[in-house]
Design a protein around this ligand. Structure first.
Ligand SMILES: [Zn+2]
Ligand SMILES: [Zn+2]
Length: 207
């Protein structure tokens, strides 16, 4: 099949994805309690969220996000796939996998509105990283729930953001904390890694 015809396609069938989270439309009997409403720029894609606080909220400075979002960095909030309910336009989506540069639906991939091309979310294997800029926040408290908690791939940044938040050189939790990261957290991570190193050494020595 030609690449342009495979848009929205995947190996298990053209329409399989529509029946699965995060794309499946919740049945009224599931009592999906909408805490937030969101839409893309053109309004064709609309969704709701039933979780008040995201599992995490972060700013990514990697060069892929810079290119894909045409922005100095990207703001993403992590949710379970079951936390989202598309109420409109969930068939008007397009995918892009930056690793394989493929437009087929395979995970992980980036999800956009196929009309206005607003980035909607990154769909991972288990979670979704959605872009809170699309949410219509009604109160300041609502917005505060989505306040970024860390910076990742800060080593690739185009600008400094001296906000005192943790700043990971690469991926959060596995790379190093740099710049004005909270000193307590830097110490905590160092101690944790020293301990892990010692444990690894002990295990190796006991073989
Ligand atoms: Zn749109
Ligand atoms: Zn990124």
């Amino acid at each position: 099949m030609h690449k342009t015809q495979s848009r929205g396609d995947e190996t298990t069938g053209l329409s399989e994805w529509k029946k699965r989270a995060p794309y499946k439309i919740h049945d009224p009997s599931e009592h999906f309690e909408a805490k937030y409403e969101a839409s893309c720029h053109c309004g064709r894609v609309k969704y709701q969220l039933n979780r008040v606080e995201p599992l995490d909220s972060k700013l990514c400075h990697c060069t892929t996000c810079q290119t894909q979002h045409a922005a100095p960095f990207q703001w993403a909030a992590i949710f379970h796939k079951e936390d989202i309910n598309f109420v409109n336009g969930h068939h008007d989506l397009e995918w892009y996998d930056p690793t394989d540069k493929s437009i087929e639906h395979k995970l992980p991939c980036k999800v956009r509105c196929s009309y206005c091309h607003s980035p909607i979310m990154d769909e991972g294997r288990n979670m979704i990283l959605l872009f809170p800029s699309l949410i219509h926040f009604k109160t300041k408290a609502d917005r505060l729930n989505f306040k970024p908690r860390c910076h990742m791939f800060y080593g690739q940044r185009v600008m400094d953001i001296p906000d005192g938040l943790p700043k990971w050189d690469g991926l959060n939790d596995t790379s190093n904390l740099i710049e004005d990261s909270p000193p307590d957290l830097v110490r905590e991570v160092e101690q944790k890694r020293d301990k892990e190193r010692a444990e690894r050494f002990e295990k190796g020595g006991n073989k």
